[in-house]
Design a binder for this molecule. Sequence first.
Ligand code: ZN
Length: 459
Amino acid sequence: MHPRLVRKVIFPLHEKIVGRKTFAYLKSLEKEQWLSPQALNALKAQKLKDLLVHAQRNIPFYARRCAEAGFDPEKMTGIEDLQKLPLLTKAEIRKNLRDMLWKDCPGGLHRYNTGGSTGEPLVFYFDRRRQAYDAAARAMSHRWWGIDIGDRELYLWGSPLEITRQDRIKDLRDALTNQLLLSAFEISEKNVPGFVAKMRRFKPDCVFGYPSTIDLFCRMAERQGYRLDGMGVRVVFCTAEVLYAHQRQSISEAFGGIPVVDSYGSREGGFVNHQCPEGSYHVMDSNYIIEFLKDGSPVGPSESGEVTLTHLDAWGMPLIRYRTGDMAAPGDGRCRCGRGFSTMSQVQGRTTDFVVTPDGRWQHGLSVIYVVRDIEGVDQFKIVQEDYDDVRVFIKVYPELYPSDGDERIVRGFQKRMGSMVRVSVHHVEDIPRETSGKYRYVVSRVAQWGLPPSSGVS
Ligand SMILES: [Zn+2]
């Protein structure tokens, strides 16, 4: 399908049929991104007030919260008033879901769910306005990189939900909108030739997906002698996981030195930030109020805290002060590109990407990832912390390259970082299984999954 036809006819028609004002929102976002921080703050304050007045009037859960906090949204004076309301956890959403919905929402409510990093599903609902804003934010930030609506987009993606839903209608819609989905679950040495052939036929302008999956695919293809450069891919967009520097480099090289761009969002949280060509992570300020919190209070400049979201355009099921469990630091907001949208650091990981030492230190997973990556001949690996003093390292190696003291070096390296009382076992395996979400995670800590204690410091 010609990109212009998709951009000018098919996509607008699709959005109109489902009742989404994606193009109108895209137009306003494109203007708002250049506003001054002061003007953006005024816009956010007004949108926040509208959201809170609506939530108090129409949504029983928030009516209760406002009453309990003695808070009247009509009398709001600024964004900081938001702090009078309590934080919202995933557990509260599960418990109160029915009471969190706007029964008379125009265009209806659309059910989604997420597997969640601990395997506990979270059900939530989207309205058309929110879907349209998230889609508009995505379209705008792809334009920053020269990719427009209708350009050919390859998804290396897969959640169980999307795969089971993938029926003929979706295939047809994908073909009409120049999208192709290759399942992240099915990436294996055996499937690489078929995947490469599909890509060559499709000729994507950009690739979109989990960095771990794209990186794995690139390395498998390279090993089998397939070249991915010269296919016409101009940029790779990564999301939904931490994009590590080594992945960025290896993906970029595989496609012939093109930009690999990071963004942050989640199914429930929406489209939160995106890198601009200057490298900054710009927050979609028109749609969000983001707080970075530690022990319930805002962190200092460039200090890390838990990302807490208020989605200003989620009216069907408002998310007000939603705790994401992701860690990041606020930026100073200035970027050479001249956009007024605020900045933040790269998300350093979910609380569950950390390992917890027997003496209670939360260490970023990278501290132990580097130990394994430092040893030659390691192809794939996964680190599982079962308990404070029980760490298991699963590795797939090239036997001819892996050194004879490799296991010993891993054990020593882990004990040096986490403490000598930690028992470390190294298991050589044929294959590293992926998570049920289709993502590939280097570090899984059962201890971290029990939750971040309120007083713990993550730095
Ligand atoms: Zn910028």
